[in-house]
Design a protein around this ligand. Structure first.
Ligand code: 5GP
Ligand code: MN
Length: 339
């Protein structure tokens, strides 16, 4: 049984002709995949579709179908009968102005969604927003083409941290099964998304891991980077994508925080964690958000002033996460498999 709101979304779509799609600034695989899957589905229904994003997609997404359809800019004056916002807990996450005058359909899986649309579907249990987009597309009766399936799968592959996060359910695999039946090649997708690094990025990974700090008996890893490190390795900010997941491959490490200091002094903070260690709670304390195992925020002010407090909150989150997982306290020190 699908939620009634899915039918409301279908009615809202079927009774309209011109659509504007958007998602969050600094797009990731879920924002790209959700938007383009929706765009191809609306094409199939003969609708007019425009897509606007504040920032371009990271390089390794550019060869996926339809990326050239995304218009990049801080403002939109597009005329549309409806705006479909995917992956955004509030409208300001888009980083695009001029959107609030539209009839808004809000589809999202981030805790704390502000329900800013005329129609709102918020489902925190979805492993990726594209799981929800998939349900809408199927409810619309649109066949699962290879393009649509590719974007649905891309979003799930990346938003689950390559099937590592704790938000994966049977629904996730059921959707992936259908995507593979529709022609998606999981091996090729994994290679394209995760094995497309430049040599510069490998150097950057080396430099970041070399300077990584370990805290709380190695349960917390801290990565820090500024523009001079990027320049030294011949990289751009886009090359940092995915690097944060590497420390989690060490058995002891339960959480990672990555401080990225921009040229203008702005500090972006990304966090990742395992199992029940809740980094979203830490992010929301600083005006950010995300999910239990992947969250982020922007520091207002000097990093040095807030860094000790952020680290302390992460150590507390790790302790809390391990408390709710008795038997995990000695993660990395025991050879017993507790799956
Ligand atoms: P990332 O570390 O890849 O930038 O983000 C991880 C997760 O946290 C994503 O789901 C992303 O949408 C969310 N996130 C990152 N930064 C922010 C932020 O500043 N505000 C909110 N609300 N969510 C964020
Ligand atoms: Mn997502």
């Amino acid at each position: 049984m699908r939620p009634a709101v899915v039918d409301e979304i279908c009615d809202a779509i079927l009774s309209r002709r011109r659509f504007l799609l958007t998602s969050h600034a600094r797009p990731d695989g879920d924002s790209i995949g959700s938007q383009l899957a929706m765009a191809y589905a609306l094409d199939a229904l003969g609708r007019e579709v425009r897509i606007v994003n504040a920032d371009p997609a990271p390089d390794h997404y550019r060869e996926f179908p339809g990326l050239d359809r995304i218009e990049i800019g801080p403002h939109s004056d597009a005329d549309a009968d409806a705006l479909i916002v995917m992956e955004c807990s509030d409208l300001s996450r888009t980083g695009v102005t001029g959107l609030d005058r539209h009839f808004i359909i809000n589809i999202d899986h981030h805790a704390g969604n502000k329900m800013y649309g005329a129609v709102n579907w918020f489902d925190e249990s979805a492993a990726a927003c594209s799981e929800m987009v998939f349900d809408v597309i199927r409810a619309l009766g649109v066949p699962l083409t290879r393009e649509i399936a590719t974007h649905i799968y891309l979003a799930i592959l990346t938003d689950t941290g390559s099937f590592h996060h704790s938000n994966i359910t049977p629904r996730t695999f059921d959707i992936c099964r259908q995507a593979v039946e529709a022609g998606v090649n999981p091996a090729a997708m994994a290679r394209r998304v995760f094995d497309s690094n430049s040599f510069g990025k490998l150097k950057l990974i080396g430099a970041l891991l070399d300077s990584m700090e370990l805290i709380d008996d190695g349960r917390l890893a801290v990565l820090q980077m500024d523009d001079s490190m990027l320049q030294l390795c011949g990289c751009t900010h886009n090359d940092t994508e995915g690097v944060i997941n590497l420390p989690l491959t060490a058995r002891e490490i339960q959480a990672v925080v990555f401080f990225k200091i921009g040229a203008n002094g702005e500090v972006r903070v990304s966090m990742r964690s395992k199992y029940d260690v809740d980094v979203r709670m830490v992010a929301s304390g600083y005006g950010g958000g995300g999910h239990k195992n992947a969250a982020g925020f922007t520091v207002n002010g000097r990093l040095d002033d807030v860094r000790p407090e952020i680290v302390a909150r992460l150590v507390a989150a790790i302790q809390q996460g391990l408390v709710t997982r008795p038997g995990r306290k000695d993660e990395g020190r025991s050879s017993k498999f507790e799956g």
